[in-house]
Unconditional design. Structure first.
Length: 69
């Protein structure tokens, strides 16, 4: 599942999703668009998704997430 698919599934705005992950709006927008993000940002996103879905979500579980390692 892509990050955008998670966003749509939970009916979150980009801003709401960014707040939940405790990252900047512009950073979340870049992640959603498949641009490079840091490993730290990716962890913040996966931790937020894990909390919101109630199941473990790992970086490799999010299709199209482009992480600088």
């Amino acid at each position: 599942m892509t990050l955008e698919e998670y966003r749509r599934k939970f009916v979150w705005s980009v801003g709401e999703m960014a707040r939940k992950a405790s990252i900047d709006y512009s950073t979340m927008k870049r992640a959603l668009e498949g641009e490079n993000i840091s490993a730290r940002t990716a962890r913040a996103i996966t931790e937020m998704l894990t909390k919101e879905t109630g199941k473990p979500i790992h970086i490799q579980d999010i299709e199209g997430l482009n992480v600088n390692l």
